[in-house]
Design a protein around this ligand. Structure first.
Ligand code: GNR
Ligand code: NI
Length: 171
């Protein structure tokens, strides 16, 4: 198990579409372990493989509150089967967009098919914050960040600040 560095926008690797996993093997399970370790350390409620520079369709999530039992989720090659017409708005953040938050509207309910850690096909119906997180993580697999869902003005302001912060950190 290892912590992996999390990429920060703007980084071309966060804009790329990730490739489906052909076989769920021990190498994929090792990646999953690293994603969980990195997500809990950050801490965050989700993490997608491209955020650590691995362009594979793998994500992990755990939206349990601190005082709740942890509810780890792994999804490999997730696909949205259905989305509701009704939307919900949540304030989103992203470990790859540190320090910035914005309201994003997304379908309130989604049904998703995916492979679990054993490579077994599963389906989940998610609503509320879980549905938002799931869509946020799945977006990463297509090179999409939450700031791509807000106005270009706000997005460019955030990206400029991230570039400036990176330059200052390098000094
Ligand atoms: O930790 C995270 N919090 C969060 C809050 C609202 C909506 C989505 C998220 S996901 C984010 C971790 C992350 O960047 N996952 O890709
Ligand atoms: Ni994110």
């Amino acid at each position: 198990m290892a912590l992996r560095p999390i990429l920060v926008a703007p980084d071309p690797r966060l804009k790329a579409a990730s490739a489906p996993v052909a076989t769920v093997d021990d190498a994929i399970r090792a990646l999953i372990d690293d994603l969980f370790e990195t997500m809990y350390d950050a801490p965050g409620v989700g993490l997608a493989a491209p955020q650590v520079g691995v362009c594979k369709r793998v994500l992990v999530m755990d939206i349990a509150e601190k005082d709740e039992e942890s509810k780890p989720f792994v999804m490999i090659n997730p696909e949205i089967l259905d989305r509701s017409d009704s939307e919900a708005v949540y304030e989103e953040g992203c470990l790859s967009v540190p320090g910035h938050y914005a309201d994003v509207a997304r379908p309130d309910r989604v049904r998703v098919r995916y492979l679990d850690r054993e490579g077994e096909e599963r389906e989940i119906a998610a609503e509320g914050f879980l549905a938002t997180c799931l869509q946020h993580e799945m977006d990463h697999l297509d090179g999409v960040l939450f700031i791509d869902h807000i106005s270009a003005l706000k997005r460019n302001m955030i990206l400029r600040k991230l570039v400036k912060a990176r330059k200052q950190a390098a000094e």
